[in-house]
Design a protein around this ligand. Structure first.
Ligand SMILES: Nc1c(NC[C@H](O)[C@H](O)[C@H](O)CO)[nH]c(=O)[nH]c1=O
Ligand SMILES: CC(=O)[C@@H](O)COP(=O)(O)O
Length: 156
């Protein structure tokens, strides 16, 4: 049986953008740090990353679409933190961001990692932004690296 999988080594010929929401930036700044750390730990040079900031998670898909439409990027690491408030707003923002990120990834057939926290409390968000439950930004960038290498293995 042939096993096809992507290795965890940053490819030298691929351009990656991090796109991060400023909303809840106390959390998202930590996710960005985690993503940069993952890139460096897997052999990449942080200076080669581009960082794009958007107002909130709702804007992640539309700005990712613009980025990929330029043809300059091979993958995007999308980061944000939606934290439940008192109204149903959380459900709308998180659902649109999630659906949009998946849609744009499929449209361009390029990896767009889902580094979006959707938490009930700020404590849960802190736990996932570099404390006891790891750093979802690190995980998302690791996914970008694996998927870029996987796509290189699966040539159309
Ligand atoms: N409540 C959260 C938001 N809300 C803002 C929206 O994402 C959007 O920027 C606004 O509705 C204008 O289009 N964004 C987050 O990233 N996290 C939240 O918890
Ligand atoms: C994600 C959100 O919904 C949040 O920031 C909005 O809070 P609220 O529902 O209290 O307006």
């Amino acid at each position: 049986m042939q096993v096809i999988e992507g290795k965890l080594q940053v490819p030298t010929d691929k351009k990656v953008a991090i796109i991060a929401a400023r909303f809840n930036h106390l959390i998202t700044d930590r996710l960005v740090e985690g993503a940069k750390d993952a890139y460096a730990r897997h052999g990449g040079n942080e200076a080669e990353l581009d960082l794009v900031l958007v107002p909130g998670a709702f804007e992640l898909p539309m700005a990712t679409e613009r980025l990929l439409a330029t043809g300059k990027y091979d993958a995007v690491c999308a980061l944000g933190a939606v934290i439940r408030g008192a109204t149903p707003h959380f459900d709308y923002v998180s659902a649109e961001a999630t659906k949009g990120i998946a849609t744009v990834s499929l449209k361009y057939a390029k990896p767009v990692a889902f580094g979006l926290l959707t938490t009930d409390t700020i404590e849960q968000a802190i736990e996932r932004a570099g404390t006891k439950a790891g750093n979802k930004g690190f995980e998302a960038m690791t996914t970008v690296i694996e998927m870029l290498n996987l796509y290189a293995e699966i040539q159309a």
